[in-house]
Design a protein around this ligand. Structure first.
Ligand code: UDP
Ligand code: MN
Length: 334
């Protein structure tokens, strides 16, 4: 009996040792092979021999929150190394698409938007700007650097600004379906009545990217102008909501933004069927969407300020900002 147990224990022990040895060999083989992964798609691959300031997990911005409760980074000046990030994303050879709508009198904002985008928006990257307008012949000629291009798409004009603003989701959805077949490129959808003042680059890239609204980022959620009627598909109950996000800037991977645009469009249309229009049109639907589908990266209000707002101390740089405009003069309706 004793002898039997001993040989069983011995067999078990040898099996364990062999297993351990196998794991050890296999693991070191796997590690060696993984140092440089074969597919670059989802890796942040840094070029070798790059020198930059040592990162710290003890010291950094203390005046702002730089990570959400679901552990998405919140991008503020001073939280990232632009040179390092650019070198990581350059090798991926990505194209960054931007959509901008200039319908009716809003065409007047396009020149400044495009000229300042040349100076600040993904400089050094492949950029493709799609302008949606009903005034193609008034699209300004702006010199674009190599690797950057502009495409004009005609859209019908409208008698209601709410409709122009809200139809953007539908047009973004169809643009992605028709022009930008499924691959891992990025898109940002931006308001035209704005200008770039500082770098907006690879630090903003993520699967689903939202910008916190400059008007509400210091407020309790009870003051957020969410849609509050339960009848709307954009409904947000009291006690719900993380941040109030801008309708004037959002983005991410093509497939993610496609899903967002498609969902917001169909919810907006379902509301219309019920005779309801959300408080802030597509912005309300976007906020509802981001409440359920948490953004993987949140951009601070540096990424969409408003020119009339004095700069707050936590805002060290304004990258993109809405110009002051006379609504009565430029909108087709009040
Ligand atoms: N827009 C447009 N023509 C209009 C109204 C709106 O092209 O008559 C587009 C434009 O891109 C604009 C966006 O819809 O930036 C959102 O509207 P707006 O900027 O007026 O909204 P706000 O930022 O003032 O909330
Ligand atoms: Mn705007």
């Amino acid at each position: 009996m004793m002898h039997l147990i001993n040989s069983k224990v011995l067999a078990l022990l040898s099996a364990l040792m062999l297993g351990g040895l196998f794991c050890y060999i296999f693991q070191s083989y796997r590690l060696a092979a993984d140092v440089i992964p074969e597919s670059h798609e989802f890796y942040l691959l840094a070029p070798e021999h790059q020198q930059y300031e040592q990162p710290s997990i003890l010291h950094g911005r203390t005046d702002v929150v730089t990570v959400t409760p679901w552990l998405a980074p919140v991008v503020w000046e001073g939280t990232f190394n632009p040179v390092l990030l650019d070198s990581i994303y350059k090798v991926k050879n990505i194209t960054v698409t931007a959509t901008v709508f200039a319908v009716g009198k809003y065409i007047m904002f396009l020149k400044n938007f495009l000229e300042t985008a040349e100076q600040h928006f993904f400089v050094g990257f492949k950029v493709h700007i799609y302008v949606f307008t009903d005034r193609s012949n008034e699209v300004p000629q702006v010199r674009m650097a190599t690797g950057r291009q502009l495409t004009v798409r005609s859209v019908p004009s409208s008698k209601r600004w709410q409709e122009i603003s809200a139809r953007r989701m539908e047009l973004i959805q169809t643009l992605i379906e028709e022009q930008l077949p499924n691959h891992n490129d990025y898109i940002f959808c931006l308001d035209v009545d704005s200008k770039f003042h500082g770098r907006w680059g690879s630090e903003s890239l993520g699967a689903l990217v939202a910008v916190t609204h400059p008007g509400y980022y210091r407020d309790p959620r009870s003051r957020f102008p969410y849609e509050r009627r339960p009848a709307s598909k954009a409904y947000m109950a009291s006690g719900e909501g993380d941040f109030y996000y801008c309708g004037g800037a959002f983005g991410g991977l093509l497939q993610e933004v496609h899903h967002l645009a498609k969902t917001c469009r169909s919810n907006f249309e379902a509301d219309t069927q019920e005779g309801i229009e959300a408080a802030w049109q597509e912005e309300s639907h976007l906020n509802r969407y981001m409440w359920i589908n948490k953004p993987s990266k949140v951009l601070s209000p540096e990424y969409l300020w408003q020119d009339f707002k004095p700069k707050n101390p936590e805002v060290h740089i304004i990258r993109f900002s809405g110009v002051v405009k006379n609504y009565a003069e430029i909108r087709p309706n009040t």
